[in-house]
Structures are given as structure tokens and as C-alpha cells.
Design a protein around this ligand. Structure first.
Ligand code: NOJ
Length: 535
């Protein structure tokens, strides 16, 4: 176990800084707030913090529109606060991973301001500028993820620029060597300040088809798409996952490797055979291409989840380390997605007992659910452009620390940037910490077990066939240390025989009320119960 890297051994915890802890009383979380909660994170038992963007930004996409890659937005603090955060985290042996947004800048970034100033500006080629199509209109048919075309016409110079997100997020031209060099320097800036890794935003998008060809129509596009959702009507063929993205990722990895033991995580999706390539042919690209397969398009179904894990385990080359994500700032909360609190507990056991690095999204440990956002309070550009049901605000609401005013997130009397969950008085860190059977206590126990049981960290994974489709059973084994994890997805009890096993000892139940010897000829799981059994 000891020869594992920290990013293999550890558990990542994602913080959306706007929503974690507000220390200035403006309704928005900040870096000082993260510092103040480091002891909470330390005692929770996570190992690394991933911070969503805190860079200077006009906030068109809440920080994913970066106006300066080498500073901190005054809303969140300053570089001195960031340095203190790194130092305080490191004192507690917590690693710091920061978001890096290489595909696009803000339209307020000085590079773009220069680039758009004239056709012959030296930075013109740093972005994608194209003439209108013959006959007028955008240069190709690509759509923006957030609705409308991926091109905006700029009167001043009579050309269009490319943006696959908001029009305030123009895309950088990574085929230009000056862009690469400038962006590599932004990595070095933070590496020198001591960050331990980067989560790289939409990394599969940074290289596009050389000729920017039209994407083909998507034959499976849902019929009821909003009229402006041009993106979902097309297959994403020429705008992402181009073969020639891989040499660039190897160069990015080269920059990380100039420093000791830093980690590169990429935001990626798409089919398994394409996704797995981002590890590189011999592990020379990303350490962890984020794996969203248990999240995207997944319902609460034991067999579907098992199939996804088995397929991924089979697809990974020996050098590749798995990882799992069940929630983030772009998706509905897992408790909402999978059906409720009972499912959220089983999901926690799944996430923290699979082989590979888990990422926990802030608030999952207290079972946060989607918070309904009144239409006039919607902030997310995706929700504003594509309709209220697509808003990501629902999963970005303030962290619930206690039962006091504003849930202890902001001082009393302040209006928080998004509404608080209606149930915060009962669903918060203070209340759940005091309850030994709460979901928070479950997370603490799971994280503690994972940290102290080598087989749960790095042991081999093998699924077991059992007689019920709604029970997912697997082994984690390292030499003589063996565990069986049995997860009942059904809302009723199941009694099953584990082939080849006779007895074991339950060391943790998601209900947190039993630790006992059990017969494995007839193992009874209660409704929505998961157990870890030591063999
Ligand atoms: C992916 C990020 O996770 C999302 O929040 C953002 O809107 C887009 N990339 C654009 O940067």
C-alpha cells in the first residue's frame, strides 16, 4: 500500500468556493471560509481538496470564465489568502488541487481584448476568428453547450469567434505555440506556490478539428429539446476528443512532471474506448481522467452499476488507476438523482469501497438534496438559456453548517447568493455530527475504514453473481485481507447466499446499527442496506 501515490490512496473532496463558507458577509463563500473549515475536512477524513475556480472573473459562468489565470478574485480573497490556505492545508496533510480552465478564457481576459482589437493583432490567432459562412451566418454548425450557436459575430472586425459555452468564454487556439507556452506558465505559477494538482476543465475540447468541419446530426436527439439547444442536435465529432489532443496532454503532463508528485485530473466524458486513451499509452498523460460513468445517465440499478464498473475495470490497462465521481457542481445532487436519503447512504458505501480514487462533492456527506430555485433567482447561464429544469443552481446552494441563521454559511441578515435548503435546520453538520447513525457519521466511518484497511484502498475488485438482480456484491482483496461488500438496492429485504463463502463479520452497515458475525449461506440485508463484511 505504501508505494501508492497520494492521489491513489486518498479521497478527493470538491469545494465550490462560492457555496462553502462566507466570512465577509456578502452572501458568497470565500477562501478564508475554506481555511476556517479545514479542521472539519481533516476530521471528516478526506485527503485532498479540489477547489472550483477562484480566479478573477466577471462570473458569466461563475469563475469558469477566467480573466487572469494567476490571481484570486477579490470576491474570494487574494494570493496571500491562497498561500495561507495551502500552508494550513499542508499542515493537516491535506492536498490542494485547483481548477484549471484551458479551453477558454473570459472575454475580459487581456489576451482576448487584444485579440479582438484588430485582424492583424499579434494575438488574433490565439483565439478562433473566422469569416461568416459563404452566404452569411456562423462559420460552421456547432452549437454551444449553453444554447444557441457556438459563434458570436464581432462587428468591429467583421468576423465570428468560437465559444462552446457562454459567448463570454472565447476558446483558445491550442494549436498556436504561444498559447501553449503561456498556458504552461500558468500551471508553473501555481505549481511553484505549492498546489498538488489540477482538475482540468473540458480538457478533451482543447484541440478541435483543423478545418472546424460541421458536426453530423445526432439521430438520437430527444424530440422535446429547447429550440436553441443546437448542441444536443449534433454528434460531437469534430469539436472534441481529436487524436491530436494527446500529444498536447503529454506536454501538459511534462509540465506537471517538472515538479514532485503532482497530479493531473481531466474532465472528460464520452465512450470508454475514447476516454481510456487519456491515461496515455503507458501512463504518460493524465493520472485520472474523471470517470462519470456511475453518474451520467445512471439510474438506481444494481446491475447497470455493476456493468459499468466491470466494463471499466476490464478496459483499464495495468498502469491506469480507476476513479469514481457520483456528484459535482454540474449535476443534480446524488440523493435527488438516486431517490433519497436511503439510496444516498448505499451510494456512499459504493463510492468509498470501489477500487479507485473517489471524489465527494461538498454537502454529499450531509445528504444535501437539490434545492428548488424560484425562476427569478436562477443564476446559472445554462438555466437562464436552456430553461429552469436545466439550471445547475440546484446543486450549488450554500453548505449547511448549523441550525442558526443562514445555516452558519453567511452571517445573520445577509442574503445568500442562492437560497438555502428548506430543511437546513435538521440537515446540517452540527446536528448530524451529534447523531451516531447519521449519514455524516456513515461517511466518517467509511472514510476511516478506507484509510486503515489496505484492501479497501488498493485491493483487487471482483463482482459476485448472486440470485437477486437488485443486490450488488463484490470482493476487495489484498493478499490475505479480504472484504465482501453487499449493497441492497431494493426497498425490501433480501436474503442471499454468497457462493463459496460460509461466514464473515459485518464491520459496517449503512444503517450504522450492527457489527456482528453473519452466515454467508443466508445473508439478510434490510431494505436499502449496504454492508462491509470482513472475511
Ligand atoms: C465544465 C465545468 O464543470 C462547468 O461548470 C463549466 O460551465 C464548463 N466546463 C465550462 O467551463
Amino acid at each position: 500500500m505504501d508505494n501508492l501515490h497520494w492521489w491513489q490512496r486518498g479521497v478527493v473532496y470538491q469545494i465550490y468556493p462560492r457555496s462553502f463558507k462566507d466570512t465577509t458577509g456578502n452572501g458568497v463563500g470565500d477562501l478564508q471560509g475554506v481555511i476556517e473549515k479545514l479542521d472539519y475536512l481533516y476530521t471528516l477524513g478526506i485527503d485532498a481538496i479540489w477547489l472550483s475556480p477562484f480566479y478573477p472573473s466577471p462570473m458569466a459562468d461563475f469563475g469558469y470564465d477566467v480573466a487572469d489565470y494567476c490571481d484570486v478574485d477579490p470576491l474570494f480573497g487574494d494570493l496571500a489568502t491562497f498561500d495561507r490556505l495551502v500552508a494550513e492545508a499542508h499542515k493537516r496533510r491535506l492536498k490542494i488541487i485547483i481548477d484549471w480552465v484551458p479551453n477558454h478564457t473570459s472575454d475580459q481576459h487581456p489576451w482576448f481584448i487584444e485579440s479582438r482589437s484588430s485582424r492583424d493583432n499579434p494575438k488574433r490567432d490565439w483565439y478562433f476568428w473566422r469569416d461568416p459562412a459563404p452566404g452569411g451566418g456562423p462559420p460552421n454548425n456547432w452549437g454551444s453547450f449553453f444554447g444557441g450557436p457556438a459563434w458570436t459575430y464581432d462587428e468591429r472586425t467583421g468576423q465570428y469567434y468560437l465559444h462552446q459555452f457562454c459567448k463570454e468564454q472565447p476558446e483558445l487556439n491550442w494549436r498556436n505555440p504561444e498559447v501553449k507556452a503561456a498556458m504552461f506558465d500558468t500551471l508553473r505559477f501555481w505549481l511553484k506556490r505549492g498546489v498538488d494538482g489540477f482538475r482540468m476543465d473540458v480538457i478533451g475540447l482543447i484541440i478541435k478539428d483543423k478545418d472546424l468541419r460541421d458536426n453530423p446530426p445526432n439521430p438520437n436527439a430527444p424530440a422535446n429539446l429547447p429550440a436553441n439547444d443546437l448542441f444536443s442536435r449534433l454528434l460531437q465529432v469534430y469539436n472534441m476528443d481529436q487524436d491530436d489532443v494527446h500529444p498536447v496532454i503529454r506536454e501538459i503532463r511534462g509540465v506537471l512532471d517538472e515538479y514532485d508528485d503532482r497530479c493531473g485530473i481531466g474532465e472528460l466524458w464520452g465512450p470508454l474506448d475514447r476516454w481510456v486513451k487519456y491515461y496515455g499509452e503507458h501512463g504518460e498523460e493524465l493520472h485520472l481522467p474523471f470517470n462519470f460513468r456511475l453518474m451520467d445517465g445512471m439510474s438506481w440499478n444494481a446491475q447497470q452499476m455493476r456493468a459499468v464498473v466491470d466494463a471499466m475495470e476490464a478496459a483499464l490497462p495495468d498502469f491506469a488507476w480507476p476513479n469514481y465521481v457520483l456528484g459535482n457542481h454540474d449535476r443534480t445532487r446524488l440523493a435527488t438523482r438516486f431517490g433519497g436519503q436511503a439510496q444516498a447512504r448505499v451510494a456512499a458505501m459504493l463510492l468509498l469501497t470501489l477500487r479507485g480514487t473517489p471524489t465527494i462533492y461538498y454537502g454529499e456527506e450531509i445528504g444535501m438534496e437539490d434545492v428548488p430555485i424560484p425562476p427569478e433567482k436562477i443564476q446559472d447561464p445554462q438555466g437562464i438559456n436552456l430553461g429552469a429544469e436545466r439550471t445547475r443552481d440546484v446543486c450549488r446552494t450554500p453548505m449547511q453548517w448549523d441550525a442558526g441563521p443562514n445555516a452558519g454559511f453567511s452571517p445573520p441578515g445577509v442574503e445568500t447568493w442562492l437560497p438555502l435548503a428548506a430543511d437546513y435546520a435538521t440537515h446540517n453538520v452540527a446536528v448530524l455530527s451529534a447523531d451516531p447513525t447519521s449519514i455524516l457519521s456513515l461517511y466518517r466511518r467509511l472514510l476511516g475504514l478506507r484509510r486503515t484497511r489496505p484492501a479497501l484502498q488498493s485491493g483487487a475488485y471482483r463482482a459476485v453473481d448472486v440470485e437477486y438482480d437488485d443486490v450488488y456484491v463484490y470482493y476487495r482483496a489484498l493478499v490475505a485481507e479480504r472484504y465482501l461488500i453487499a449493497l441492497n438496492y431494493a426497498a425490501e429485504p433480501r436474503t442471499l447466499a454468497i457462493p463459496g463463502e460460509t461466514a464473515g463479520r459485518i464491520i459496517l452497515s449503512t444503517h450504522l446499527d450492527r457489527e456482528e458475525a453473519v452466515s454467508l449461506d443466508a445473508l439478510t440485508l434490510r431494505a436499502n442496506e449496504g454492508v462491509i463484511i470482513a472475511l
